[in-house]
Design a protein around this ligand. Structure first.
Ligand SMILES: [Zn+2]
Length: 64
């Protein structure tokens, strides 16, 4: 089994086959996610993987 690489384009723009291929890597991104896309609601550890990334930190200031 070959280890597929995370595609360079943002997760927001992945098509079905890209998604299927890179799903384990995506799962890893989500597990360590620090950013959320404010356009499509996806999350990732790396800012560049989202089209409109915002830090989740910056969104949780109002709680507590
Ligand atoms: Zn997006």
């Amino acid at each position: 089994m070959t280890q597929s690489k995370l595609p360079k384009k943002s997760i927001c723009k992945w098509d079905k086959s890209t998604l299927a291929d890179a799903l384990p890597l995506l799962a890893d991104q989500i597990r360590h996610a620090e950013y959320v896309c404010r356009k499509c609601g996806r999350s990732a550890a790396e800012k560049k993987l989202l089209c409109k990334a915002v830090r989740m930190d910056s969104l949780s200031e109002t709680k507590a």
